[in-house]
Write a protein that binds this ligand. Structure first.
Ligand code: GLN
Length: 308
């Protein structure tokens, strides 16, 4: 297949981009090897292609948010989720306390406030902290097609400095959006963000979304179809933070980025893709990663608004 060579060419083409910096608010991420660069594609019929550092693991971070949202929808139902978390882009940074006027719901599940509220709904109202965490690890593993573990160093470093997320969680608890103990939610959310993945894992997880919730290799329906539509919709409008408009017009694929430098894209009915490069642009998205996705979209005609 010519695909692996093509993917190597794409990686070489973006190596000259040296903008941005790794996230610095999580100590371990600040020391990331910024030369790492990887890409993977997984089609809905189970072909997987990868190039670059595709076996290097990194923490999933905010890319866990769409999967947690999928779990919450499945575990408490869409109406209960919408009662607590909105679906509008916030226009603010991912770590702002962006709440809707009136309802006081976090604006959407892709920013931290909304992701903390989402985490609190996982595994249902009576779940314990460990049950929520294990529900998410199990779901993400089923999507990746292998047992995923945690990056303990990232977990510990982030928890130690999670002052902002603690602040957000306490505000959400005070506002009645979260019923569980705020500290337990922050701990579980930081765990969720520390799941260790490669671009191959992420491409398969994205392909599972693109495939209506059916994992392409195992054939298992790991998440209901109805929830998947909701997740992909919110990824489209809010997945790339306040670069969402640029992203949708240039790349045109429902996506989510993470602060460790990963990005996933899920093109319904077609494929999942994932990239990894630690240096982030001003919006908090991987700078080289965005460039890789722009090329893939253009070269392969992946934009969802293109009329074929
Ligand atoms: N764990 C990170 C945080 O809560 C995730 C943020 C991100 O990946 N953008 O700050």
């Amino acid at each position: 297949s010519p695909v692996p060579d093509y993917l190597l060419d794409v990686l070489d083409a973006v190596r000259s981009i040296d903008d941005g910096a790794p996230a610095d608010y999580i100590e371990v991420l600040a020391k990331a090897d910024t030369s790492r660069l990887a890409v993977a594609l997984a089609t809905v019929d189970g072909e997987v292609y990868a190039a670059g550092d595709s076996d290097v693991a990194f923490s999933i971070q905010s890319i866990s948010k769409p999967f947690a949202y999928a779990a919450a929808i499945e575990d408490v139902g869409l109406d209960a989720v919408l009662a607590r978390i909105g679906v509008e882009p916030s226009g603010n940074a991912f770590n702002e306390l962006s709440l809707e006027d009136g309802t006081h719901r976090p604006m959407n599940p892709m920013i931290n406030a909304g992701a903390l509220a989402t985490h609190a709904l996982v595994a249902g109202p009576d779940a314990s902290g460990p049950q929520r965490v294990e529900r998410l690890r199990t779901l993400m593993s089923a999507m990746a097609g292998r047992e995923l573990g945690y990056d303990e160093a990232v977990y510990e470093a982030e928890l130690r400095d999670a002052h902002r997320n603690r602040g957000l969680a306490h505000m959400l608890r005070a506002g009645g959006i979260i019923n569980a103990e705020a500290e337990t939610i922050v701990d579980g959310y930081v765990r969720q963000c520390s799941v260790d993945v490669t671009v191959r894992d992420l491409a398969l997880m994205a392909a599972t979304l693109a495939n209506g919730g059916v994992q392409p290799l195992t054939g298992r329906q790991v998440i209901h179809r109805d929830g998947v539509r909701q997740v992909l919709s919110v990824m489209t409008t809010c997945g790339m933070y306040d670069a969402a408009g640029d992203w949708v017009s240039n790349v045109g694929i429902p996506a989510k980025s993470g602060v460790a430098g990963g990005i996933i894209g899920a093109l319904p009915g077609q494929l999942g893709l994932a990239v990894f490069s630690p240096k982030l642009d001003a919006h908090g998205n991987s700078a080289r990663g965005v460039a890789v996705c722009e090329r893939l979209s253009r070269d392969m005609g992946l934009h969802m608004m293109d009329v074929s």
